[in-house]
Design a binder for this molecule. Structure first.
Ligand code: MLT
Length: 269
């Protein structure tokens, strides 16, 4: 029974820190952020969903759209009762979703971290490749996609020195559902060109890119840096398409600096 004595109850709750929403790439899951979840929870409230059809989330029938995927993310923030704007970090496909989220729901966004991603839309050839891959997955399952992507994901040094990481990512990709992969391929194929958005971005933006990214050339990151008014580019020398896993310390340091600068600006206001 409650003894009804008044007293002050002290507690710690990292929920008062700036929210950091981590949106994974294709065909991965929130598990790709494990080294960020470990290291960044001192400075941020870290939220890393599995997008629909990926990781442990349920799949809905394809196709998906960028709007749906962005709304899944804001829906999660609403569900968690997060009213403060978040720093939205997207890797590759996660970056395409971050652009869509920023366009539709700018009030949810305190800052952007765009990693291993691009603003441009798919070319006609790129769209046709998405359709071909979707058909292959429909007929043969996820394995051909895993086999096609795995040799392109990492810097040469990572393949050489970190076979466990390569295996971890292979495993993660293999768990993507057929519907999830086909759905996301359609969302990426039909995504808008975000190039016109770049000049309108009025939140601080950090761009992080691996020097050896074979999927999104570094020139795409440089073009975003040049077009976004308040953007900084950090190039990680020994990383490919998954810089947060290949060079986690450097990646996390860049994110911590960025979060601290945003928190300092918020305190000034
Ligand atoms: C990703 O890494 O999320 C995808 O490869 C991006 C894409 O295919 O455009």
């Amino acid at each position: 029974m409650n003894d009804e004595v008044d007293f002050t109850l002290a507690f710690q709750d990292t929920c008062d820190q700036i929210p950091l929403l981590l949106i994974h790439g294709f065909p991965l899951s929130g598990a790709m952020w494990e080294l960020q979840l470990e290291d960044l929870d001192d400075v941020a409230r870290v939220i890393a969903p599995d997008l629909r059809g990926h990781g442990r989330s349920d799949a809905t029938p394809p196709p998906y759209s960028m709007q749906q995927l962005a709304e899944d993310c804001t829906g999660l923030l609403d569900f968690l009762g997060i009213t403060r704007p978040a720093v939205v970090c997207g890797l590759s496909m996660g970056g395409y979703i971050a652009f869509e989220l920023y366009r539709r729901f700018p009030d949810y966004v305190a800052g952007l971290i765009l990693t291993a991603t691009r603003a441009t839309a798919d070319s006609a050839e790129g769209k046709a490749n998405r359709d071909r891959m979707a058909e292959t997955i429909r007929q043969q399952g996820i394995q051909p996609l895993v086999d096609a992507m795995l040799p392109k994901l990492f810097a040469p040094q990572t393949y050489e020195n970190d076979p466990e990481l390569v295996e971890f990512v292979r495993e993660m990709m293999s768990h993507t559902s057929v519907d999830g992969a086909i759905g996301a391929l359609a969302a990426m194929r039909d995504r808008s060109d975000s190039t016109p958005t770049l000049a309108q971005i009025d939140v601080p933006t950090l761009i992080i890119h691996g020097r050896h990214d074979q999927i999104v050339p570094l020139a795409e990151a440089e073009a975003m840096r040049d077009a976004i008014p308040n953007a900084r580019l950090v190039v990680l020398e020994n990383a490919g398409h998954l810089p947060n896993l290949e060079q986690p310390d450097e990646f996390n340091d860049a994110v911590i600096d960025f979060l601290e600068s945003i928190a300092a600006e918020e305190e000034e206001d």
